[in-house]
Structures are given as C-alpha cells and as structure tokens.
Design a protein around this ligand. Sequence first.
Ligand code: SF4
Length: 353
Amino acid sequence: MTIDIDHFLNVLAEEVRNYQVPVVDLIAVQTKDPFRILVATILSARTKDEVTSKASAKLFKKAPDLKSLAKLSETELAKLIYPVGFYKNKAGYLAKLPAALKEFFNGKIPDDVESLTRLPGVGRKTANLVVAVAFNKPAICVDTHVHRIMNIWGYVKTKTPFETEMALRQKLPGKFWIGINSILVAFGQATCKPVRPCCDRCIIANQCPQIGVTPRKVPKTKDKAKSANGKSQRNAVKKLISWNVNGLRAIEKKGFTDIVYELDADTISLQEIKAMPEQLPESVKNLEGYEAYWYPAERKGYAGVCTYTRIKPLNVIYGMEIPEHDQEGRVLTWSLRIFSWSTPISPMPSTAC
Ligand code: SF4
C-alpha cells in the first residue's frame, strides 16, 4: 500500500491546527529569537512540553540572552531548569554554550546543521529543528514521532531517526521539510501516540497502512437496544461519574477521551467545562458511543456543564429559571432510569456546581 504523502500531510496540517502547539514552535512565534529557540530545543529533549515551557520561561527571566546566560553557574542553571529531563546534563551544556559560541562562531548562533552540531548538547535533531524553526531554512527534524509515524505509513523503512532523516531527504517534497516536525509531533502526541494510537478517531485511518500498530480499544455499548435516533443504548445506569474538569479544552490535550473510554461509565457529568461545544474538537463534541447535552455559560471560557450519556434521558431541563444563574451554565438536570427498576427516578438532579 503506497500512501499519498501530499494528501496525508495536508490533511494533518489542517487537523493539528486545533491541537496544542509544540513548545519550540510557540517560542519561535513569540520571540523569533534564535538564542531562545536553541536553548528551548536543548531543554525539550526527552521532556514534556508543559515542563519545557515552564523551565524555559523561568530561565529566560534570568537569562534573556547569551551575555546573561554566561553569568550563571552550572548549579544555578540546574536549579532554574529543574525538572526537565536530564537537567544536570543540560545545565552543563548550557554553562558551556556561551564560550563555545564565542570560540567557534563569534558569539552568533549558526544557521546550518553541521555548525550547530559542534555546540554542546546539540545533536542532529536539535540542529535541524533550530535551522528550520529559527532560520526558516530547509531542514528535516526527525524525532521519535516523525521516525515512528513515517515507518507506520510505510513511507520509509528505517531503523533509526538518522536513517529516516536521510531517507526523507531523498524523497520528501521540499515544501514539507520545515513543517513536518511540528505537524507530526502535534499529531503523534495527541492521536498517533507511541502506545495504542487512537486509530478510531484518526482522520486518515482509512488510508493508513498501520504497519506494526496495535490501536487502542474503544469500549462499545453492550446493550443492543436502540434509542429514538437509532444509536445503541443501554437501558439502565450502572456507573455514573461526576467530574470537575476545570477546562475541557485543557483536559482534552491531556487525553480526556482516552480517560473517558477507560472509565467506561454509562453517564459522565462534567462541571467547569469553560468552553462552547463549537470550540471543541469533533472527538470531544461528539464523543463516540455517547450522546452529549451541553449547557455552557454565556461568557466564553467560564463555568458551564455538560453530560455525556449512553442512555437516553427521560427528559432534560436546562437551567433553573433564574436568569442570573442560568447565564453561567450551572445546572443541567436530567432524568434517567437507574439499574433495572421499573419506575424511573424523576427528576434526577445532576450536573451542578
Ligand atoms: S490510523 Fe492509527 S496508526 Fe495510522 S496514522 Fe492514524 S493513529 Fe496513526
């Protein structure tokens, strides 16, 4: 099966617009400063983006440029960048960076891969990323996501990221070189994850060869009874969850849908969703296997409640007929049949905060 790489990458570039922006890209957009991009890239190796982001902000407050970085000791640097992965090693690299740049490049950040790899703590991956992101020059940054996904697609057959970079240099159209890392990192973190990728909600699942992949399992509704709209429904609640998510968009980036599927509840009531349904990705707005009832606040990014349910409610009441509270999206009441009782509990107070 041969994939259409243009189609895959164009579709995914569009898809990841709704995803979290990788931290190095964010710093690039915010600062356009090669020094900060280089330092953030060094910090980001084997470290989660949230951790890199916080550590970079702390470090740049003390050392916004090379001159001020040179004044910090290795111990001070280690304290500032803790808890990024291998922070002691990285503090050592950062301590040596000003002198190395002065000695080899007259205090300037070089803009080619070979020169950058002469700097402490800078391998090909970091160098390629800096060249692409900081200088907007053709370079292919191959990290584990790019290496892994390109092999899953069968676009390359390689054993190491270096082999993948070399193979991509031969066949990947130049227009994708600079952006491929940002696209596949975002996609690899959110959907095509290293362990049990979310093929069930992947936009290119129909065309993906899925080489060597074990997709995650999405629990299906066991009961065959159908609701009025034809969706499969259970007819009694056995597991009901109430969860103050403190921002559905934020929790979505931390694997909200995976957690919900793991919980395997019949009904999930969320508080503090802080989003309108139209601001959410399709996978959250129309959670597979559930019907969703939304009652967001009128004010964007504030309060709001929602209920996902596998069982069609007997009725749903939005608000409590007190306008000053209802505009905040605080109460959503629904009636459900519980267990196998023949008489429904009605009405059943529900999502409220
Ligand atoms: S279908 Fe699965 S393996 Fe293929 S790209 Fe999508 S998430 Fe990855």
